[in-house]
Design a protein around this ligand. Structure first.
Ligand code: SF4
Ligand code: SF4
Length: 438
């Protein structure tokens, strides 16, 4: 069979269909949220539809119909393509949307007494070919042509959905799925889509801090904080042996960060290297139980689940803790930061404030996934690349670089040249092969 898609007859037929679709369309492109990313606008442009022959008044319909707390429907923009209805029935399986009435009175709507309520509902914004379904969070805030799309990976769970982070004015404005049939097809969940808002949250850690003699944390230059962290770890290792020092890595860290963490602990002489992973419900579509991008990477590099380590801490077998992230606070691990209160030294690396600040002696701020380059490994063992979408605040570094500088401060072997992400990346494969063969 041969299908001609570009012949004159085909183009004329297509233009005729578009003329029908546009009969009642409001043609308010200059103020429509989807202008610049609208399939209807693009097809009209392709077919050269520049004018209408209709002299009849256009159908006036409701412009703001809330479908859910996150979604708004503009009925005038709807071309009744039924993609949203199909998605709810065949992909998310929630089935709240339908086409009601008949003929030229047909309307998309939710079934009576329901709202669009499923963890994948915001995919409707992406798949609606016009500006009919929009996100209530992001209505009229930024024009699509002002956005720069940075390909990266969602850090919300171990699926590692491929995403674009849309950036404008130095901020991540939106997160949307990037097609990868081997990972997430064309979808992502609403939780992951909103997780990028953590980059700008007011509780981000921005300065290195050290606990002073008055018992309070004080902001200090980064070098001073690293020197204090090294002094505390060295004093403990010299007095009691490195065995009383333990490390708990973050499952949000990249493989490069984790490799630096592992090497620091190894050179220091401690074998207590755990990772704490928060868990939740999984589903059969995308959402994985492990709520972090790189739990699998941590396990592959040799970190073990931190529960036995938590028991050692509770039993008094640990005096110094190097901890990255605040997953240890999960009920399935420590639950309460106060349990670390009796430790001699707690060195914390984190992106955001948490109750761990109450017990930390040194606090080192680290970059969010949207601010860094590196590799993460998803639940199926697929290694994927993070791309930096926005710059971190000055002085906020990758965990890997901070740990590398801390290891240099400690005088550990193998950390004598300047930190280089490329060099750490290059040695990752060797380390993984060593672990696989050993
Ligand atoms: S996807 Fe958009 S244009 Fe298509 S039927 Fe749904 S609301 Fe209308
Ligand atoms: S399923 Fe997981 S990785 Fe995918 S968007 Fe949701 S939280 Fe992110």
């Amino acid at each position: 069979m041969v299908v001609w898609t570009q012949r004159d007859r085909v183009t004329r037929a297509r233009a005729g269909v578009l003329e029908f679709l546009l009969l009642n369309h409001p043609l308010d492109c200059p103020i429509c949220d989807s202008a610049g990313q609208c399939a209807l606008q693009d097809r009209a442009f392709d077919c050269g539809v520049t004018a209408t022959r209709s002299r009849e008044p256009r159908r006036a319909l409701e412009k703001r119909v809330p479908l859910s707390p996150t979604l708004m429907l503009d009925r005038e923009h709807c071309i009744l393509c039924r993609r949203c209805v199909s998605f709810c029935h065949h992909i998310s399986g929630s089935g709240e949307l339908g086409i009601f009435e008949r003929g030229d009175r047909s309307l998309v709507d939710v079934f009576p007494g329901r709202e669009v309520d499923d963890p994948y509902s915001m995919n409707l914004v992406d798949l609606c070919p016009t500006g009919a379904i929009t996100s209530r969070d992001a209505r009229s805030d930024v024009r699509p042509w002002d956005l720069r799309a940075i390909p990266s990976v969602c850090g919300g769970c171990a699926r590692g959905c491929n995403v674009y982070l849309d950036v404008a004015d130095g901020r991540v404005q939106r997160c949307r799925p990037r097609r990868n049939d081997a990972v997430n097809q064309s979808w992502m969940c609403d939780y992951g889509r909103r997780s990028f808002t953590a980059v700008e949250r007011p509780d981000r850690l921005a300065r290195a801090q050290v606990r002073g003699e008055d018992g309070a944390l004080h902001a200090v230059p980064l070098d001073e904080a690293l020197a204090e962290a090294a002094r505390r770890l060295r004093a403990l290792a010299d007095a009691k042996g490195a065995g009383v020092i333990a490390g708990v890595a973050s499952p949000h860290a990249s493989n490069e960060d984790l490799l630096c963490f592992w090497r620091l602990l190894e050179e220091l002489g401690t074998e207590s290297a755990g990772v704490a992973v928060r868990r939740g419900e999984s589903d059969e579509i995308l959402i994985c139980a492990e709520r972090a991008a790189n739990a699998a990477g941590a396990l592959m590099l040799g970190f073990v689940d931190a529960r036995p380590l938590v028991e050692r801490i509770q039993g008094g077998g640990v005096d110094g803790l190097l901890v990255s992230g605040h997953e240890l606070l999960d009920e399935s691990y420590l639950g309460d930061a106060a349990l670390l209160g009796k430790l001699d030294s707690v060195i914390l690396l984190d992106t955001h404030q948490s109750p761990l600040l109450r017990v930390a002696h040194v606090v080192l701020p680290v970059r969010h996934l949207a601010e860094k380059e590196g590799l993460v490994t998803n639940a199926e063992g697929r290694v994927q690349r993070l791309r930096r979408a926005v710059e971190a605040r000055p002085g906020v570094l990758d965990e890997g670089e901070l740990l590398y500088r801390l290891a240099r401060e400690l005088g550990l072997e193998g950390f004598d040249v300047e930190y280089s992400l490329d060099a750490v990346s290059a040695s990752l494969a060797d380390s993984l092969n060593e672990r696989a063969s050993g």
